[in-house]
Write a new protein. Sequence first.
Length: 245
Amino acid sequence: MSLLILGANSLIAQAAASHFAEAGHEIIFGGRKQDEPEKFANDFAIRYKCKTRAEYIDALDYASHKKFVEEVLAKTPDLEYVLIVFGYLGTQEKAQSDFTEAHRIIDTNFTGVVSVCELFAAEFESVKRGNIAVISSVAGDRGRQSNYMYGSAKGGLTVYLSGLRNRLFKSGVNVLTIKPGFVNTPMTYGMPLPKPLVASPEKVGKDIHKAMVKRKSVIYTPFFWRWIMLIITSIPEFIFKKLKL
């Protein structure tokens, strides 16, 4: 069986892929040309002695997605797992005054992901197998003034994945929504985050691999974010709107 990663330069995706590679799966690294997905493919081939290859895809080049998916499936008829980690945190303050920034945040985190998901969903639905896993975020569980542009895109993605899971269940296709909290990656570099709540990419990747293999529906990673977000989402709106979060 094979795993396709979309967002090859993600440390989280690479950590998850390492567990699949150790189990003997082929790993396909999909990413933009400037992210050089081939270097990750070569690294895995050497380190894990597994079959790998690189494919080029741009999350925002929607017109190219159909051809990309068709070519991947033609080369990999046994494709079982798709892990989509496209993401762009962006800058909330800039997005408030520059819609180009807001547009990029929404399109990278939602529109581009949905475009690819629908194409793989149609194929997996027709063959009645497959596993689609997508990284959303705890930020999508409730809007906060500090990152509501990013959070709204992730919130929309979470709702989309819930509907897709409902649609594909009867076809035997699993859809996993992954909700990480703070993770020590380049995306969060330099942010003043509370250290006890920051997870390593290796920890999150291990959780993702386990959830994909067990065909889970939704995971928070690390697990304690489920309870943190339960508290945050339970705060009445008349109180929540006064908080500085």
